[in-house]
Ligand binder design. Sequence first.
Ligand code: AMP
Length: 121
Amino acid sequence: MTYDPNNVFAKILRGEIPCTKIHETDHTIAFHDIRPQAPVHVLVIPKGAYVSFDDFSSRASDAEIADFVRAVGDVARLVGVDGSGYRLIANHGENSHQEVPHFHIHIAGGHALGPMLMKMG
Ligand code: AMP
């Protein structure tokens, strides 16, 4: 899948639409999800143009990957869910219902999140 430079997170990265930024590093930014599905729901995204986890994990540099992973943990601590617990979600592709085609990790927490996935069947 080729990267669509008009996706909403690309526009956030270019400053064309606003976001509520929580954290920024050389290769990564984090901001609040616009439609939170938990009391804490933030998104961490690389600044580079990667469609999904599959794309990021295969093409990103070691520096980008290290920066991103470190930032995810830092953001979870910044928003205060490291003690109570949180869930990381990265949707890749059609079966996952990925909506925005720029790689992102959701950090969700702030209350008990329940079982991880809907039951099959
Ligand atoms: P996904 O289904 O994993 O692609 O999730 C995309 C997420 O992006 C959803 O949780 C949306 O609520 C969120 N989202 C979409 N547009 C924005 C925006 N402008 N600012 C912040 N979050 C957004």
